[in-house]
Design a protein around this ligand. Structure first.
Ligand code: GDP
Length: 294
């Protein structure tokens, strides 16, 4: 390594395009959590781009890498489909391990959807943790939306009630907050699968989205979570939180590679960039790639 800086952007300063530059880039990408496979993919792609551009300027390589990364991430950039079904609300089941930012994301998503003109109903299907219910209740109050909640009840029953209420009351969207960890022997994935099955009983076309919230700072661990939740539930989308501040977020490149192998990428509908209501943004591949390489 010729440089001590950890950011990818610093690799391009004052060097020539040689093997040492690619080695520095490899180390910087790995440090940014892109993972071995995505790093290899990006470097191979970059070598091709450098060759066909015939550039000799290392600063130009940065732009080429940004484009390679943006192209890899582009399929992840999709808009959350709301109101696509013939009748009844769009039902979104939201999963994620505790601390990932699930409840905060639901609060922000409620704000986002309400501002887009949709009527939202919340369901507190994490019935074990009183704090989780209360926290969701705070977001419901902040957004002035209704919440279906029941202390110590069956999470699947609460979800069923919420979908039924959403239909009866003509709501556009039902957001179901699920547990991220259970205090019992019951396996989390089994409970989530049950919730999904019971939602289907209330509306055979639901849930229309199964979203996983992941913390953008947890690196390859986030990829492991995506794989595990997808195997159990069949994910339709992701929200990546905590991409404000010093977040790395390179794991999205690994998630894009995994999506290609899976045969269909799991889109990143939103990124979380703070703790306030308005701190949820649609994912923008180009912007994200430029920020990661800055
Ligand atoms: P949950 O356990 O998955 O429901 O996680 P919470 O929604 O309670 O969030 C855990 C912590 O992360 C809280 O302190 C949140 O304020 C914080 N948080 C969530 N999303 C973001 C984000 O996008 N940016 C920042 N900086 N903090 C976040």
């Amino acid at each position: 390594m010729r440089k001590t800086g950890s950011s990818i952007g610093s690799v391009f300063i004052g060097t020539q395009i040689d093997e040492a530059l690619y080695e520095d880039l490899e180390a910087a990408l790995l440090q940014a959590d892109t993972g071995v496979q995505a790093t290899q993919f990006l470097l191979d792609d970059l070598r091709r781009r450098v060759k066909s551009s015939k550039t000799t300027d290392p600063a130009a390589v940065k732009g080429l890498l940004a484009q390679a990364l943006a192209d890899l991430l582009q399929p992840l950039q999709q808009a959350l489909p709301i109101g696509a079904q013939a009748d009844g609300p769009t039902v979104l089941m939201i999963a994620g391990v505790n601390g990932a930012g699930k409840t905060t994301t639901i609060g922000k998503l409620t704000w986002h959807l309400s501002h887009a003109g949709a009527s939202v109903l919340l369901a507190a299907a994490d019935t074990f943790r009183a704090a989780a219910r209360e926290q969701l209740g705070v977001w419901a109050t902040r957004n002035t939306v209704e919440i279906i909640s029941q202390q110590g009840g069956d999470p699947a029953a609460v979800s069923f009630d919420a979908v039924t209420a959403g239909r009866a009351r003509g709501r556009d969207v039902v957001l179901i907050d699920t547990a991220g960890r259970l205090p019992t022997q019951l396996h989390l994935m089994e409970e989530l699968k049950k919730i999904k099955r019971v939602i289907q009983k209330a509306d055979p076309s639901a849930p229309h989205q199964v979203l996983l919230v992941i913390d953008g700072n947890t690196g390859q661990n986030a990829l492991a979570q995506v794989k595990a939740f997808d195997a159990a539930l069949g994910l339709t989308g992701l929200v990546v939180t905590k991409l404000d501040g010093t977040a790395k977020g390179g794991v999205l490149a690994a998630i894009a590679i995994w999506g290609r192998e899976r045969g269909a990428v799991v889109p990143v509908y939103f990124i979380g960039v703070g703790e306030q209501l308005e701190d949820l943004q649609p994912f923008d591949a180009q912007e994200f790639a430029s920020a990661l390489l800055a």
